[in-house]
Each structure stands twice: as structure tokens, then as C-alpha cells.
Ligand binder design. Structure first.
Ligand code: HEC
Length: 149
């Protein structure tokens, strides 16, 4: 009887709603989906083309092109997270590691912004980062070291 009730509840709610009720916190999503490459301390692996977040990563959020770049990095593209989870985990990264590189005021990502920016076609993210880094450099804003060929 109890099991049947749970089953029909799941049916009524729909599996999507059920899954949504299981959403992780941004910290847990970071640990599960990002830390493998970026490390628990956000320091990445610069020699392997994964830049250090610390005191740097906020620079991208200050310009339009940078915000679009962030929505096309490999971990975001392949994360399987919803737009709202991506917004939350990216805001978490910024709040945790960007430090003084974060523009003041910081404009947090929202689910709808994530959706719009993900729909933009960015065929080559490595080339895109170079273009964005050059735009920032022209504004006198430094980005993290990135020795990727
Ligand atoms: C499989 C390894 C991998 C995983 C997992 C991963 N990333 Fe990344 N990330 C990369 C690489 C590689 C780059 C550099 C992309 C490029 O070439 O521009 C990057 C770049 C970034 C950058 C930009 C840093 C900079 O200075 O250019 C951010 C922010 C970022 N990732 C966030 C995340 C978040 C948030 C997650 C989890 C949802 C995540 N990443 C998961 C590999 C990964």
C-alpha cells in the first residue's frame, strides 16, 4: 500500500520534478563535476591548459564576450547540469575563488542568461579564450596564465 502510494506520487509529480527535487547544492556539484579537473582549491592544472581560478577567474565576468566564454568551457558544456545549476555553480566558483578579480558590483549568472549564452555557437573554446583574453588585456585586465598551445 505504502509503496503504491510512493509510486503514484512519483507518477503524479513526473520524473523530472522528482529529479529536480534531488538537486545538489552548488558546492556538491562543484565537488562532483568540477573538482576532478579544477581541484578542491580551484588551482587547476595550468600546464595541462586548466588555468588557476584563484584571484583571476572573475575577470571574464566583466565583459559580454567573457560571460559567453564561461558558458562554453568544457566542464560546463559536458556537465549534464541544468541552466540553473550551471548558474549556481559558476556563481559559487566566482564567490569562492575570484577574489579581487571579480568586478564590483558582480552580476551573478541567472538560468536565463546561461540558456541564452549556451545557445551561441562557439566552435573552438581554446581560440575563444585567446580572443577574450586579448579583449581583456586591451582593457588592462589580466587573465590567468594559460600555456596551452
Ligand atoms: C574534464 C576536465 C574539466 C572539468 C570536469 C571541468 N573543467 Fe572547467 N575547464 C577545463 C579546461 C580544459 C578549461 C580551459 C578551457 C579553454 O581551453 O579555454 C576549463 C576552463 C574553465 C573556466 C575558465 C578558466 C579560465 O581562466 O579560462 C571555468 C570558470 C571553468 N572551467 C569552470 C568549470 C566548472 C564550473 C566546472 C564544473 C561544472 C568545470 N569547469 C569542470 C576542464 C574541465
Amino acid at each position: 500500500m505504502k509503496r503504491a502510494l510512493v509510486f503514484s506520487l512519483v507518477c503524479v509529480l513526473g520524473l523530472n520534478d522528482f529529479a529536480r527535487a534531488q538537486e545538489h547544492t552548488p558546492h556538491t556539484n562543484y565537488v562532483l563535476r568540477c573538482a576532478g579537473c579544477h581541484g578542491m582549491n580551484g588551482s587547476g592544472a595550468p600546464a595541462a591548459g586548466i588555468a588557476d581560478f584563484n584571484g583571476m577567474v572573475g575577470a571574464f565576468t566583466g565583459i559580454d564576450e567573457g560571460r559567453t566564454y564561461l558558458m562554453h568551457v568544457p566542464g560546463v558544456v559536458g556537465s549534464g547540469l541544468s541552466d540553473s545549476e550551471i548558474a549556481a555553480v559558476m556563481n559559487y566558483v566566482m564567490e569562492t575563488w575570484a577574489g579581487s578579480s571579480l568586478p564590483d558590483p558582480y552580476v551573478p549568472f541567472t538560468a536565463s542568461e546561461v540558456g541564452e549564452r549556451r545557445a551561441i555557437d562557439i566552435p573552438d573554446v581554446v581560440e575563444n579564450r585567446r580572443e577574450v583574453a586579448a579583449l581583456l588585456e586591451a582593457l588592462g585586465i589580466e587573465t590567468a596564465d594559460y600555456p596551452w598551445p
